[in-house]
Design a protein around this ligand. Structure first.
Ligand SMILES: Nc1ncnc2c1ncn2[C@@H]1O[C@H](COP(=O)(O)OP(=O)(O)OP(=O)(O)O)[C@@H](O)[C@H]1O
Ligand SMILES: [Mg+2]
Length: 210
């Protein structure tokens, strides 16, 4: 519930297994972003509980919540790149925070930038990039640390159809190596292409899981 009596989600009960790839769909305002924000612990549920890997997110201390958020790979609609840092540093910053050595960090950062077709833009600053390139930098940042959980909110919203498919294939590859992936999208074609479980929300209710 947001503020006074606005329920963004109501009676939603669902389980996502470790290692699953799940789509979250439904019309605008259905509650998709809210559900992802709850899972990232950007918001706390006013009722009910949200558990990830057996831990109730409401019970984390502020510092546990901070390290939890760092360990999740997330790509949100308002992806915030740091304008004063290059692509390389925006992506490389994640492993540095998590304490990877610089050689490992560099290798992994280059690999992910290559996957996303950004190797030639490594030294550019976010404001010099197109919307789609910025979105790919945000995706690279989410993947670089090989998180156990990826939460993505319309991750291909600014990308052309070919690139969107490529990004989904990338998520699928990462998922096949054990990462749990949740993707909110309106794009039915992408969902068909990937062919995984989809959870449909409408006006905050769970209407279908197929
Ligand atoms: N910070 C907020 N404060 C108050 N109400 C909010 C807030 N964020 C979302 N809502 C409301 O909660 C409901 C669900 O919003 P949410 O952003 O989760 O939908 P969504 O499914 O992600 O939609 P979209 O497809 O447009 O991104 C909407 O009615 C929205 O207006
Ligand atoms: Mg949304």
């Amino acid at each position: 519930m947001y503020g006074r009596g606005i329920y963004a989600l109501r009676d939603v009960s669902l389980v996502v297994e470790k290692g699953e790839f799940v789509f979250l769909t439904g019309p605008s305002g259905a509650g998709k972003s809210t559900l992802l924000r709850l899972l990232l612990r950007q918001e706390l549920a006013t009722e009910g509980s949200v558990k990830v890997a057996g831990r109730d997110l409401a019970k984390l201390t502020p510092s546990q919540a901070q390290s939890y958020r760092r360990a999740v790979g997330f790509v949100f609609q308002d992806f915030k790149l740091i304008p004063s840092k290059t692509v390389l540093d925006n992506v490389g910053i994640v492993p540095r925070v998590l304490g990877a050595t610089s050689v490992q960090q560099q290798r992994r950062t280059f690999q992910v930038l290559k996957w996303l077709g950004l190797q030639h833009r490594m030294n550019a600053y976010p404001l010099e990039l197109s919307g789609g390139e910025q979105q790919r930098v945000a995706i690279a940042r989410a993947l670089v640390n090989e998180p156990a959980l990826i939460l993505a909110d319309e991750p291909t919203g600014n990308l052309d159809p070919d690139l969107s498919l490529e990004i989904m294939n990338l998520f699928r590859d990462i998922n096949s190596r054990g990462t749990t992936v949740l993707v909110a999208t309106h794009n039915r074609e992408l969902m068909r292409h990937v062919g995984r479980r989809s959870i449909t929300l409408d006006h905050g209710h769970l209407v279908e899981t197929a």
